[in-house]
Ligand binder design. Structure first.
Ligand SMILES: Nc1ncnc2c1ncn2[C@@H]1O[C@H](COP(=O)(O)OP(=O)(O)OP(=O)(O)O)[C@@H](O)[C@H]1O
Ligand SMILES: [Mg+2]
Length: 257
């Protein structure tokens, strides 16, 4: 059983009114990597605090692009993204620290530093926030416990299995107590059993109040759960019904038939 963090969820701390608003609102968001060929066009998505949302779509549909606009690897060409009520769609020096503090991101390829210890890989997320060492130690230990790696902080990360390395990446994403976690194909490099383990870990984190956006093209994984499902099709976000079995879109119903 995963304990909730003892601190109030981030984002609310930064702005007391934020708790009243959806955690994430995309309105009319478009992204053009090429002129006249939008990857995303007029995407509208509202995510409430505490939701677990799958984001799916064919390869190249724009799942990673969508997430990258939220964590600001890329900036939108049109539209707005409100995160905890703040417009973060375009680059401003003020929104970057706000995002770092309130957003955790997990990738398919883990992005852990192999020659660092497990502890160092998780602690780095707090060190860039200039948190005192003693607090860093306590918070890292707690995050490692939450991902099932209690007592493993001293190990070199490269000696860990793929599933364990992804747990380190999840610990790094949650150690700042973010309000929102973005996961971009976090199970893409794992076999099907480990994929379920990692999905379950995200669900446990979600149960403690953290909102999760989980991008995956793995329909067998999606079909196992009843979470809200958003599909990116022709550059737009299509709301699919909960549970793929009742979803007529893209022939996915045949998979769970
Ligand atoms: N930095 C970039 N520069 C140019 N084009 C890009 C860039 N990033 C993404 N694209 C294009 O945007 C489209 C969507 O790509 P994206 O990576 O978001 O798809 P995806 O749904 O995540 O696919 P996958 O399931 O393969 O991960 C693709 O046509 C891709 O080539
Ligand atoms: Mg992708």
């Amino acid at each position: 059983m995963v304990r909730p963090f003892p601190f109030f969820r981030a984002g609310v701390r930064a702005d007391p009114d934020a708790a009243q608003r959806p955690i994430l609102e995309l309105s009319g968001v478009s992204k053009y990597f090429q002129r006249d060929l939008p990857t995303l066009r007029g995407v509208d998505i509202t995510v409430q605090r505490g939701e677990f949302v799958f984001v799916t779509g064919a390869s190249g549909a724009g799942k990673s692009t969508l997430l990258s606009l939220i964590y600001r690897k890329h900036t939108v060409d049109e539209g707005h993204i409100f995160f905890c009520g703040k417009d973060i769609a375009r680059l401003t020096s003020r929104s970057i620290p706000f995002l770092r503090r309130n957003l955790g991101v997990v990738f398919q390829d883990f992005k852990v530093i192999n020659h660092w210890t497990v502890f160092e890989n998780v602690a780095v997320a707090l060190e860039i926030l200039a948190m005192p060492r003693r607090l860093v130690r306590a918070r890292v230990a707690e995050a490692l416990e939450r991902v099932g790696l209690a007592g493993r902080g001293g190990e070199t990360t490269e000696n860990l299995s793929g599933g364990e390395q992804q747990r380190v990446a999840v610990a790094r994403a949650i150690v700042t107590e973010p309000a929102l976690i973005l996961a971009d194909e976090p199970t893409g490099n794992l076999d099907s059993h480990l994929a379920i383990d990692i999905l379950t870990l995200f669900e446990e984190i979600n149960e403690t109040g953290t909102t999760v956006l989980f991008a995956t093209h793995d329909h067998s994984l999606i079909a196992k759960r009843d979470h809200r499902l958003i599909s990116i099709e022709d550059g737009r976000a299509v709301e699919a019904r909960r549970g793929l079995s009742s979803w007529p879109g893209s022939g996915l119903h045949a998979l769970v038939g």
